[in-house]
Design a protein around this ligand. Sequence first.
Ligand code: GLN
Length: 194
Amino acid sequence: MVRIGVLAVQGGVREHADLLAGLGVEPVLVRRPDDLARVDALVLPGGESSVIDRLARSMGLAEPLRRAIAGGLPTLATCAGLIMLADGVLDPAPGQQSLRVLDVDVRRNAFGPQVASAEVRLATAWGPAAVAFIRAPAIERVGPDVNVLAEHAGRVVAVASASVIALACHPELTGEELFHRRLLDQASRLAHTG
Ligand code: GLN
């Protein structure tokens, strides 16, 4: 049985945990560096990226997170979680930092208030996905080892690297299982190959 951690610092923790439970996985809430050692994969929820950044650093989680994700821990990040991972953050909050483990640049709140909470059927490289956009970032630069999974309104909103799936939107709010299933597949493949 794979153990999937959900970073439980701020934001949509419960929604991801519920979706994982629906897939038959016991989610592990990650609040301390030790918790990371117990998981086969990780979800970084949406919320407010500047708050997650500040709390993660003050809880001593930022560096362990960076090390684990850079080391290949399969990771699914949504919205603020994507901002946490990005190499570059455009329009950051004052003092905001990111983990710099995904070779993309993102612009916070890129879609403005007009799509503040749009539900969209996204055509992704992995098939259709029903998702919600809530003050979503856009991905403005994509590095050579990162694949674009989907665009919305002419902007890149979903990408994947070897071990990271990163979305500007929220599949957990619409009950969309596509990306979490991919994360589980990745985690169980790794668990079986040791
Ligand atoms: N705008 C938020 C931020 O900058 C992200 C919004 C979200 O996660 N739904 O963190």
